[in-house]
Design a protein around this ligand. Structure first.
Ligand code: AHR
Length: 320
């Protein structure tokens, strides 16, 4: 009888321990390490804000690290997240190449990695769980299609200068590729100069000044891989005594508020949307992962095109 009582007490004790640890497990806060590229553009600032506020909202502990546009700083941050044994690592890679070693370290430590905004070119796709963000090639195509349509009824050559994003970054590579893919069907559209403006206003202005010095009034179109560079270039165009959007057609990507302001002032022709508001999607993906769910390999953000004709109507609705 005593033996039976002992067994029952032990079973009850075990059951209550497992109940408690189950509750503790359910309450355990997810810890995410996030390595951000930097603060090079209005887009990036909105992206960081979206991630921080979504983490708070989702009750996820966020370890946020700003790499100041240096890959070595991102690698250091990821290694420190591994050392701290975070539950999940997310990052937006500044360039596409050179991530395999550190991603293998995360895999060995059994910490899942989510890519946000930009892709890596690793052959081993098991090194990351999913990639969420825009289709940059499609953004370049949208810019190209808009231009082809715009010059349809205009005779003669169309000379384009291109301000590329950060060298080696996915958006710079893909936006160039998508744009060229479309304009090659119209041989009179020619890219006469192409250089990086590193996604910043200051560099966009500086490079546009050089383009204007070299090509002057030959330039018909500016294709900028982001709004910040276009806004910097607009300043250079005005300082050179030309009228942006009248003397030079301007196409850019992101659709940040600054671009809408430029469109409403009649200085920018069109901005192709690239949404930085990835925070909520990222947090729900992290929760799904922790709950043992399988994520889709690719999560694509849906986006629009905003020509200057709709800018004033759309502006009040813009969230970034
Ligand atoms: O990766 C997205 C790009 O990076 C945005 O177009 C640009 O503004 C940012 O810096």
């Amino acid at each position: 009888m005593n033996k039976l009582r002992g067994v029952v007490i032990a079973a009850v004790a075990l059951f209550s321990i497992s109940l408690h640890s189950g509750a503790a497990l359910a309450q355990k806060k997810i810890v995410m390490g996030f390595s951000q590229i930097g603060a090079e553009s209005e887009w990036r600032t909105a992206n960081s804000e979206s991630i921080k506020s979504a983490a708070k909202e989702a009750g996820i502990e966020l370890k946020f690290s700003d790499a100041q546009q240096k890959q070595e700083n991102q690698i250091k941050a990821i290694r420190s997240f591994i050392a701290q044994k975070v539950d999940v690592i997310a990052f937006s890679p500044v360039v596409e190449s050179g991530w395999d070693t550190v991603l293998r370290e995360a895999k060995t430590a059994k910490i899942p990695v989510i890519l946000t905004d930009r892709a890596v070119d690793s052959k081993d796709t098991t090194l990351y769980t999913t990639f969420m963000g825009s289709d940059f090639v499609e953004e370049g195509r949208k810019a190209g299609r808009w231009l082809v349509e715009k010059v349809k009824s205009q005779p003669g050559d169309v000379n384009v200068v291109e301000l590329q994003g950060t060298v080696g970054s996915a958006p710079a590579i893909d936006r160039k590729k998508g744009f060229e893919e479309i304009i090659k069907a119209e041989p009179r559209i020619k890219i006469i100069r192409s250089q990086t403006g590193d996604f910043t206003r200051a560099k966009g202005k500086e490079v546009m000044e050089a383009f204007l010095k070299a090509e002057g009034k030959k330039i018909n179109v500016l294709y900028a891989h982001n709004d910040d560079m276009a806004i910097g270039a607009i300043q250079a165009i005005e300082e050179a005594g030309l009228k942006p959007s009248k003397d030079i057609t301007i196409i850019s990507i992101d659709a940040v508020k600054g671009a809408f302001e430029a469109m409403m002032a009649g200085k920018l022709d069109v901005s192709i949307e690239c949404s930085p508001l990835l925070g909520p999607q990222l947090m729900s993906a992290a929760k799904d992962l922790m709950a043992g769910k399988t994520l889709p390999r690719r999560i694509v953000t849906e986006e629009s095109i905003f020509p200057k004709e709709v800018a004033a109507k759309e502006f009040p609705k813009r969230k970034y």
